[in-house]
Design a protein around this ligand. Structure first.
Ligand code: GLU
Length: 417
């Protein structure tokens, strides 16, 4: 098997092992952290528009709840596997700890291709999956949110299904829901905005002016498309972007807003006028200063890492870089802002949303963005200081910080009974 085919769960365990070694973590605590608390698999029927019944498989994994209720998104994708969801759940534990919000980590996924489903079918799928999760989710125990191919509408269906079964509205059951039913202003942009805040910190650290920055973004969904627009607004030049169908490149710069409009009409960024087409593989290796992987796991591998030209990588996606690629990039002197820091803005504003929802007291968008900036700046400073102190990469530093916080919570709570 080629090395870059590493399983995501193996990847997550490998990263945990590296942080544990550096921290000299107690073996007992490492053992606890090496298992998800719960792995829930559901196979459920959905009536399709043609009258037939299909059976779908979904997962919800809760990795850890020592610091608070478990938290994490739900993705709809044909390649979802239990091991992928386990890895994503563990990364959520670390992410919440890095930004120091009172949550543990979880993740959900349904094996399906939402691009091939009618909206009516998608709604029945989301509702039935939500129903199947009722025994293990709740505003005090496990709070879902959007992830790959899910959005505020899907969250509204989940919130409604859960509320119908409770007999009253439970807005705190999900985050990333529409503002009209208790969602937070600024949540939709939060992942990208948080990513831009840490990029600005990294640029200061590296003494790179944003006006000189040529940016490549892989993935043009919620995180990628908004990050491209925010970076362009800060003065950077976005030279290439891609989605699952392919990429577009113009060394003189693209207008990210116009690309988004084009994608909304045509279904893809491919074919955008005034740009050359590139494959996703070529896109990652383009000559640029900042690379923002904002799609799926395992995009930067031992195979392509030696040819990556970016000086800085900001992981808006979860798990885009394999551990082997990490070593290659570190040797090349590429700074990687790890996923658990770079994309933590999403779950941070999810936390703000949950606080607002459960108190029925809402903040302005300005308040949300200022609080987000504060959290991201503090997390960046803590991770950068740890990296300096321990002489490790930002990823290992972020993991060390997170694992230490979670380990402390486990140790002080003790093992029941
Ligand atoms: N799916 C997002 C992530 O991977 C957001 C999770 C959340 O808001 O709970 O961080």
């Amino acid at each position: 098997m080629p090395k870059y085919n590493i399983d995501p769960w193996e990847m997550a365990l490998n990263q945990l092992g590296e942080a544990a070694r550096r921290l000299d973590l107690q073996k007992d605590i490492l053992r606890v952290l090496s298992f998800p608390r719960r792995e829930y698999t559901v196979n459920f029927p959905v009536r399709m528009d043609d009258g037939s019944i299909q059976v779908f498989t979904g997962y919800r994994v809760q990795h850890n709840a020592a610091r608070g209720p478990s938290k994490g998104g739900i993705r709809f994708h044909p390649q979802v596997t239990l091991n992928e969801v386990k890895a994503l759940a563990m990364w959520m534990t670390w992410k919440c700890a890095v930004v120091n919000i009172p949550y543990g980590g979880a993740k959900g996924g349904v094996i399906c291709d939402p691009k091939k489903l009618q909206v009516s079918e998608l709604e029945r799928l989301a509702r039935r999956y939500a129903f199947e999760l009722i025994p293990i989710i709740g505003p005090e125990q496990d709070i879902p949110a959007p992830d790959v191919n899910t959005n505020p509408q899907v969250m509204a269906w989940i919130m409604d299904t859960y509320s119908m079964h409770a007999g009253y509205s439970v807005p705190g059951i999900v985050t990333g829901k529409p503002v009209s039913i208790g969602g937070s202003l600024g949540r939709n942009e939060a992942t990208a905005r948080g990513c831009v805040f840490v990029v600005l910190n990294a640029l200061k650290h590296l003494d790179l002016p944003i006006e000189d920055l040529r940016v490549v973004v892989q993935g043009y969904g919620n995180a990628g498309s908004i990050a491209a627009r925010l970076l362009a607004r800060e003065g950077a030049t976005v030279i290439a972007v891609s989605d699952s169908r392919g990429g577009i490149y113009n060394p003189k710069g693209l207008d990210p807003g116009a690309v988004l409009e084009y994608k909304a009409e045509s279904g893809s960024v491919v074919g955008f006028a005034g740009a050359d087409s590139v494959t996703n593989a070529q896109l990652l290796e383009l000559d640029c200063d900042l690379l923002v992987p904002a799609a799926l796991e395992k995009q930067i591998t031992a195979d392509n890492a030696p040819r990556i030209k970016a000086r800085l990588i900001a992981e808006a996606a979860n798990g885009p870089t394999t551990p082997e690629a990490d070593c290659i990039l570190a040797e090349k002197g590429v700074t990687v802002i790890p996923d658990i820091l770079a994309n933590a803005g999403g779950v941070t504003v999810s936390y703000f949303e949950w606080v607002q929802s459960t108190q029925s007291y809402f903040w302005t968008e300005r308040e949300v963005n200022l609080k987000l900036r504060d959290v991201m700046d503090r997390a960046w400073a803590a991770v950068a200081a740890k990296a300096e102190d321990a002489q490790v990469t930002l990823r290992t530093a972020a993991l060390m910080l997170a694992v230490e916080r979670v380990a402390d919570a486990i140790a002080i709570r003790g093992v029941y009974p």
